[in-house]
Design a protein around this ligand. Sequence first.
Ligand SMILES: [Mn+2]
Length: 343
Amino acid sequence: MRANDIDVLKTYFNESKQIVFVSHKNPDGDAVGSSLALSKFYEKLGHQVTVVLPNGIPDFISWMPGAEKVYRYDLQNQQSKRALDKAEVVFLLDFNALHRVGDDMQNGLEAYQGDFIMIDHHQEPDTIAMVTYSDTSICSTCQMVYHYIEALGQLDLIDSEIATCIYTGIMTDTGSFRFASTTSTTHRIIADLIDRGAKNSDIHNSVFGNNSYSRLQLLGKALTNLKVLQDCKTAYITLTHQELLDYNYEKGDTEGVVNYALSLKGIVLAAIFIEDKDQGIIKISFRSKGSFSVNQFARKYFDGGGHDNAAGARSMLTLEETVSKFLHLIPNYKQELLVSYEI
Ligand SMILES: [Mn+2]
């Protein structure tokens, strides 16, 4: 963080403030973890805090401390709007542009007149905040929240609940500390969070040891649908609306499934295409290993973006048309894919 920003923040929060913490639609572990951790931190400093998320927290992270107090903008619309009306400052966590909260809440945030503070690790952040702390090299917004508290000189305020929230976000955004974005600094922070009361084994078990039978059956279906384009080092998975229904799909069930495609030996680009009848779109997740930027690819062709090695996207075409568009594009990138990742 810039020294100047730290001074600004220290002065700004000298007096008690009404603060709202916001993260992106379909919040993941990093989104929920950073919102809950920072809200608890400011609550301890005597501020009035509210967390407002665009929609529901998926089951695998709904156990996180403070999750029960979060307002859902889609369901608790009045409460959420009142909190925004009263807010003097809104933290934007783990997203880079207001449209990432979805249409309804975007309107709410655009109408809001107070200050923004953005903490995020996605590329090309909008310049809408009084303070923007952006660093695309950091694995997770939760790690940035730790650096933020550190910069303010207040690590001692990190109790077991805050430590648990930050740990969970770092763990989920790094694929359990295995993505290239995981550094020695990340591990030092993780060690400190354990010292401050994060129960690492319990957290892993809460996130990964609570699969429903139908979720595993759906994973089985997804793996059956896996296709490989060996000469382009690419693998992809499709799931139709009907298949989701057949396996009693619940929110969060397809989380991480794309990583199975990327785990195939020799594969450097993986994608999953999921038919979302509610939104009338095909939801896409891209993953890559090495230099091939799925952020650029998703931005260019599928109205998406994210990180170089992990990006989300969408398509208004049918599932078949979307996959066929993808299959037409991939051979153009054959050379880049072949040299993307070499051990
Ligand atoms: Mn994140």
